[in-house]
Design a binder for this molecule. Sequence first.
Ligand code: G3P
Length: 220
Amino acid sequence: MKFFVDGANVKEIKELAEMGLVDGVTTNPSIIAKTGRKIKDVIAEICEAVDGPVSAEVTATDVEGMVREGKYLAKIASNVCVKVPLTEDGLKACYRLRQENILVNVTLCFSSMQALMAAKAGATFISPFIGRLDDIGQEGMTLISEICQVYDNYPEITTQVLAASLRHPLHVKQVAEIGADVATLPAKVFKQLVKHPLTDNGLDAFLKDWQSTGQSIIED
Ligand code: G3P
């Protein structure tokens, strides 16, 4: 399973990459806005820090505008993946950008049939938003199961299911059990996934016992 960092804090991304946990990065206009920096600079810096795909989202809503912005973003680095919304114009832009071999992530997906349309349009990734469905009282996780089931029925579909809007470790456990290709997580959730109180307690006890021996492993 691939893990992407959902965020644009380069320091945090680099720290997670040092553990070998980062296969890519996703951003969106809200995430970029929080940095207070220019999208071009942030995306360039992330692309240098990470080998895998780095999603950068267009903000035009018409097809020509999306294609123009998409091509501009794709020129920032070879691992840029252009993110377009799941609208009719977004699918047209996806189809056009894919003709030029540009990676495309189709975002804001809330139904399995939207996901099927994105696959037909040639999307590299489809981003269903789990947490935002949970927010309105619908089972976000059901959407991941439905998309995986539909895609699995058609071996010619190569679009990868990128589970997004994951807010906590249980979301990650569930998408991993279902078999999503990618989970994109805020840095905070990576840290929650690593941490376990029994690990910390166990390590404390080991170190205390070790200290009582007076030994050090390396003697000279
Ligand atoms: O990748 C999409 C994700 O950033 C949305 O997450 O928590 O804003 O719904 P959230």
